[in-house]
Write a protein that binds this ligand. Structure first.
Ligand code: FES
Length: 106
């Protein structure tokens, strides 16, 4: 599958909250980080912790397992013990719908 896929309505998402979704067998996490909606892989790069159970503060999500933190805008590591960035996915909003492209951002 390629191209953008509708995954939610904007109204389904609340600022500061996340929503786990599955698209084409991939587990993603939509993050409403205030003024931007981001999509990242819903698995921590440290030891596969469930990021969807973590807390989103601003644009930073914290893994509930060992406390690694990531910037959901670009997947970069903000705090150890993770050292590898999260996969991120392009997001767009069209007519109130949130769409995600499954190709990861390099
Ligand atoms: S699994 Fe996420 S910090 Fe260890």
């Amino acid at each position: 599958m390629s191209g953008f896929v509708r995954v939610a309505d904007v109204g389904d998402l609340r600022p500061g909250r996340t929503r786990a979704i599955e698209v084409d067998g991939q587990h993603l996490l939509l993050c409403h980080a205030g003024d931007v909606i981001c999509a990242v892989a819903d698995v921590c790069t440290h030891d596969r912790g469930p990021l969807g159970e973590g807390r989103l503060r601003g644009a930073t999500i914290e893994c509930p397992r060992h406390g690694a933190r990531f910037d959901v805008r670009d997947g970069s590591v903000v705090a150890l013990p993770a050292v590898r960035p999260l996969a991120t996915y392009p997001v767009r909003v069209v007519d109130g719908a949130v769409e995600v492209e499954l190709e990861t951002v390099p």
